[in-house]
Design a protein around this ligand. Structure first.
Ligand code: NDP
Length: 283
């Protein structure tokens, strides 16, 4: 019985168990494979991970706050995980701990077309922004970073080969319109607030400045579509929401563990089944 899990704290509202269970069922693996949510405190994380292989686990997703620690425990790691400095996917070949970061590939897989040559504006300089910036830069996009705390944007840009954006100040946001692709990798919009008009004033972005020529990826997701995604879509922009990115990173993890092609539509339906009924976003 191969076991899979997602490890995090908190974890009870994670959509990954429902999404991955639906995928395993669609692939005809439900009778043998399982996927469970495991709440782990940071102090217990290392011991828990080191015991997973002996407990029958073949792989695990790792979410907040353990992604950096997960990479640190791994004996082997992909180029993406090493460059990003964090892992969201572990597997245990021969009892070893191998780390991958499917947040980066999941983000790229969610885009309608490869981003090579595109002008991209990434809002945020936290963990998910790091994965997005690395993914875009390695694919040949011209990446600018804006962050509420500018020093973090400067550090990230210098480390990963991007520039620091100087778009209009928060509340105006017309400057974002000069980019082809805008990614919201801040926490504005996550959870039940959905990023109200007041919240959006803290971003250098106006949804009504985006139109048919723009792509917006809003990593934030919660109980319903975010206000930013809704408004940008209403103005004609191509919108990729946080659920799509969640589905794609989960699919990339499942591909690593099973070697099979994941059923994306089934996973997307399972991930949105709790739309409006879940209270905390998480992977
Ligand atoms: P981090 O805590 O690592 O980073 C948070 C970022 O948000 C920082 O850049 C921070 O800026 C910025 N920020 C916070 N509050 C504000 C504000 N009021 N105005 C402007 N900027 C703000 O978070 P993560 O990178 O892990 O997550 C970011 C978002 O991405 C979350 O909504 C998360 O749910 C989502 N996410 C979605 C995934 C998916 O699969 N769809 C996967 C991973 C994350 P500062 O440096 O100034 O504090």
């Amino acid at each position: 019985m191969p076991r899979l899990a997602v490890l995090g704290q908190p974890i009870s509202h994670s959509r990954s168990p429902a999404m991955q269970a639906a995928a395993l069922a669609e692939l005809g693996l439900a009778a043998e494979w399982s996927y469970e949510a495991i709440e782990v405190a940071p102090a217990d994380f290392e011991a828990r991970v080191r015991g997973l292989a002996a407990g029958g686990f073949v792989g695990a997703n790792v979410t907040v706050p353990h992604k950096v620690a997960a990479l640190g425990l791994a004996g082997e790691a992909s180029e993406a995980a090493r460059a990003i400095g964090a892992a969201n996917t572990l597997s245990f070949p021969g009892g070893r701990i191998a780390a991958e970061n499917t947040d980066a590939t999941g983000f790229l897989d969610s885009l309608p077309a490869p981003p090579a040559g595109k002008r991209a504006l990434v809002l945020g300089a936290g963990g998910s922004a790091r994965a997005v910036v690395w993914a875009l830069v390695t694919q040949g996009a011209d990446v600018s970073i804006w962050n509420r705390t500018p020093e973090r944007a400067e550090r990230l840009a210098a480390e990963l080969g991007a520039s620091v954006a100087t778009p209009d100040p928060p509340g105006d946001g017309q400057g974002a319109a000069s980019f082809d692709l805008v990614v919201n990798a801040t926490t504005v919009g996550m959870g039940t607030s959905r990023g109200s008009a007041a919240d959006l004033k803290s971003l250098p972005l106006r949804a009504d400045s985006l139109n048919e020529i723009h792509q917006l990826v809003d990593l934030a997701y919660g109980t319903a579509e975010t206000e930013l995604a809704r408004a940008a879509r209403a103005h004609g922009a191509t919108v990729i929401d946080g659920i799509e990115v969640l589905v794609r990173q989960g699919a990339a993890s499942l591909r690593i563990w099973t070697g099979l092609e994941p059923p994306i539509d089934v996973m997307r339906r399972a991930a949105t089944a709790t739309w409006e009924s879940s209270t905390a976003p998480d992977t």
